[in-house]
Design a protein around this ligand. Sequence first.
Ligand code: TA6
Length: 292
Amino acid sequence: MSAPAGTLPPSVSHAVEGALPVIRVAGPAADAVVHLQGAQVTSWTPRGGAPVLWCSDRTRLEPGAAVRGGVPLCFPWFGAHPTDPSAPSHGFARVSTWQLLGAEEAGDEVVVRLGLSDDGATRVSAWPHRFSAVCTVTVGRQLTVALAVTNEDDVDVEVTQALHTYLAVRDVRTTSVTGLEGVPYRDKPSGGTEMPGSADPVRFDGETDRVYLGTTGTTVVDDGTRRLLVGKAGSATTVVWNPGPERGAALGDVGAAWPGFVCVEAANAGPDTVRLAPGRSHELSTTVAVER
Ligand code: TA6
């Protein structure tokens, strides 16, 4: 059953968390929460299962503050802005208010679409271009988040981006991430050192912040109690991040909770930057599914 924006299907409702408006989904196959700020999914729980996404219980639910957890959208730049240190980390999209475009039920899935385009503030930002973006969240037995961006400007634009998924794990110190074996990576904690690929899965014994370039496949996160499959499309970079104890303690909205998550991010960064000619579009997406 489909419904235009304004007339939501029965499984979709408006609510408020802290000071932020959210969309709640209670679908046949899963429940989810999607914030209008950042088009950010903060919760996805398959029916009969446990929550899959980690979200800080200390995060500030206030306009303009980045929410720590779920699936933050990093756009139009990933990480620090390359030339403007005063520009917000991971771009302005995750702290912008998106418009609900519509929601529909399709079989056992519920699809929510949100949109963002340039405005007076973004046009004087560190990325001043005209653009339109649509985020499509599909809530079902798997979660899909897709970010489609169109260059509405009359010059070529460059975009770096990520779907910065926080996955809940029992303890990151006994968790492995497979699917990146043999892939060289940039090691951010050591200043971006180029590291050779490893034959082993990624394991976590301290701050881990790795940018794997030229990656297109699925990764598997195994914490010993469940296996999460993280797929992606339109993405050439995979980022794996956990702050570890010291950096975790320095982040007010993480603190002692740092062992409870790992971020596996479908991204385009560094040499995998997306270049869009006027009128052209690009879609980045990620899927998360529970294997067992
Ligand atoms: O994706 C990893 C990363 O870029 C790390 O370098 C780390 O700082 C993290 O994202 C969180 O960034 P944030 O701006 O949300 O604190």
